[in-house]
Ligand binder design. Structure first.
Ligand code: SF4
Ligand code: SF4
Length: 115
């Protein structure tokens, strides 16, 4: 199990915005693309994953318990911000701190693997 599968803090800490072209059927979708029903439109050029823009954010696609065992239910089609998030770097450490989890000691190229 990767460290991210025991964490999930970043999926419950930050807004996740991306271009509508990454939605299902879009020109820049990964695989089948992000399910439209899991997003809300923000501007003509931005959609947002549901649940990520509240006082206590939690992506609608995240299953499990933060800090124990989690899974991204749309892992194969997750959008670019999730694919590009730097495991082990500053934002990761901030997210983990919100949940009382220690920073990772070593940066990982896993990104964010297996959530
Ligand atoms: S990238 Fe960092 S904050 Fe996100 S799930 Fe992995 S270890 Fe947790
Ligand atoms: S789509 Fe998956 S990886 Fe991205 S924030 Fe939601 S649960 Fe996390």
């Amino acid at each position: 199990m990767s460290v991210c599968q025991t964490c999930g803090a970043c999926c419950a800490s930050f807004r996740v915005d991306f271009h509508p072209a990454e939605l299902a059927g879009g020109a820049f979708a990964w695989g089948q693309g992000v399910p439209v029903e899991m997003t809300v439109p923000v501007t003509p050029a931005i959609v947002r994953l549901c649940g990520t823009d509240t006082a206590s954010p939690r992506c609608v696609a995240l299953a499990g318990t933060i800090g124990q065992e989690v899974a991204c239910t749309i892992y194969e089609v997750r959008p670019s911000p999730c694919r590009e998030f730097d495991t082990g770097h500053a934002a990761c450490a901030r997210a983990r701190q919100r949940f009382g989890l220690p920073p990772l000691e070593v940066s990982s190229s896993e990104n964010p693997v297996g959530k």
